[in-house]
Write a protein that binds this ligand. Structure first.
Ligand SMILES: [Zn+2]
Length: 448
């Protein structure tokens, strides 16, 4: 496949008149700036976004937990979690698959071309093969056309030293089972996709089993993702049990580094920010979900000043919109600091849009451990073609274009979406939209 782009953002900077070729594996095999070879002119192109953190099934409860049921007590993350468990009870493999198809389609339309799936609904309603639900995710991603990094999750306790609740039993695998699971499912992972491991949280796995899994992860040299410090209550529980704050405890117990992705890390002190930034780990921030659940604001300004790496994720999928995630990420820092232009670095000309987007591409690629996020030879040809009718795109003011894309555009500025150089979204609509949407509506009717 051969393409030309008159203006292309390679993940860090704008380039003019780029001609590129894509090989049969979907990798960029040739990439030339200032080319006269104007074959197949796409217009303005940017890399696809990387969604580092997803629980696909939660899409089915999006906007169904926005109502107060008891005016004498306040709703919180913990009351939302009960509603999520109620949904889980209704999901079988088929509905799980249809919801995954729908949310992966949503993601592609929003410009996400890679997803990291933090997968913990391991067991079907009926007794079946333990890898069935994981394979379902692999097959959904493949059929819809999004690139996948699958992170099967170890989830063994209902809280520190607490048995799992009945509603959590479908999440449970023993550590032996997880090790076997990893080796089995690694044979099913599609070309160009990836497999890592996850620990649900410090609450959900005891010390001994965490150490066993981390030892296994080191042997496999894969990424390890973990939810951490999302809620103040969780911080207090960890402090009481382990006499340390969660991130401090994690660094005390393990060599946290480049192969780790810490999801949320919202409630962290100065020392924890320093530990994370210096370690080379990725922090996976999920701004829309964190706002929706009332989690809090990640201290991104301090973290970035210390050289920290971050990625974005759509987590609960209350809304799937890559541009809104980035916008909210910046705005949340402004709300807290009462100042403007918080996430802006000199190396990106002080532009918030350019800083946010470039850092997110780099951090996202690390989080999913795949050659994506930068358009160059050897990386996957996952890219977005911007809407040529948009005034910002027509004006092509390269100094401000990334700020215009993030701050004054809606997601329909993304016109076409390509994965492996093949078009998956055309005119802002997925190529199988109607069928996927019809199946989703019908399955939601049946479980509501
Ligand atoms: Zn999550």
């Amino acid at each position: 496949m051969k393409y030309f782009s008159e203006l292309l953002f390679d993940g860090e900077k704008w380039l003019n008149d780029v001609y590129f070729e894509v090989d049969e594996k979907g990798l960029i095999s040739k990439f030339q700036e200032n080319s006269k070879n104007k074959v197949n002119n796409l217009g303005v192109v940017i890399p696809g976004f990387i969604n580092c953190h997803s629980h696909s099934f939660q899409r089915a409860m999006s906007a169904l937990a926005e109502k107060v049921h008891d005016f004498n007590s306040s709703d919180s993350f913990w009351t939302w979690r009960e509603a999520m468990y109620d949904l889980v009870e209704k999901l079988d493999q088929k509905s799980f698959s249809i919801i995954a198809d729908f949310v992966y389609m949503d993601m592609l339309e929003a410009g996400f071309t890679t997803v990291g799936e933090f997968h913990y609904l391991h067991k079907d309603i009926i007794e079946s093969d333990l890898t069935l639900m994981g394979e379902t995710i692999i097959n959904s991603a493949f059929s819809v056309g999004i690139r996948l990094s699958l992170f099967p999750v170890l989830y063994q306790q209902g809280g520190i030293n607490q048995e799992l609740e009945d509603k959590q039993l479908r999440f449970n695998l023993s550590t032996d089972q997880m090790i076997k699971y990893f080796d089995e499912i690694s044979l099913k992972v599609k070309d160009g996709n990836n497999l890592g491991l996850s620990i649900h949280s410090l609450r959900a796995v005891d010390q001994e089993n965490m150490h066993r899994l981390v030892k296994f992860q080191k042997e496999k040299d894969c990424m390890l993702h973990i939810h951490i410090s999302e809620q103040p209550k969780e911080v207090e529980e960890i402090k009481e049990a382990y006499k340390k704050r969660p991130v401090e405890y994690l660094f005390d117990q393990f060599e946290v580094g480049k192969k780790w992705c810490l999801i949320h890390a919202t409630h962290v002190n100065e020392n924890e920010v320093k530990l994370m930034a210096k370690s080379g780990c990725v922090v996976g921030i999920c701004p829309i979900t964190e706002a929706n659940l009332g989690d809090g604001i990640f201290p991104l300004v301090d973290y970035l000043n210390l050289g920290g790496t971050f990625a974005i994720g759509s987590d609960s999928h209350v809304r799937v919109d890559a541009l809104e995630e980035l916008r909210l990420l910046e705005y949340s820092q402004r709300y807290r600091d009462l100042k403007r232009n918080r996430i802006a670095l000199k190396e990106f000309d002080g532009s918030v849009g350019k800083t946010l987007i470039s850092k997110t591409y780099k951090g996202g690629a690390k989080a999913v451990d795949l050659p994506v996020g930068t358009l160059k030879v050897g990386n996957y040809a996952d890219f977005l073609v911007l809407n040529e009718k948009s005034p910002s795109v027509r004006l092509k003011r390269v100094d401000s274009l990334m700020d215009e894309i993030i701050f004054n555009s809606s997601s329909n500025i993304i016109n076409d979406v390509y994965v492996c150089g093949i078009k998956k979204v055309s005119n802002s609509k997925h190529i199988n939209k109607q069928k996927i949407e019809d199946q989703y509506v019908s399955i939601l009717k049946s479980i509501s």
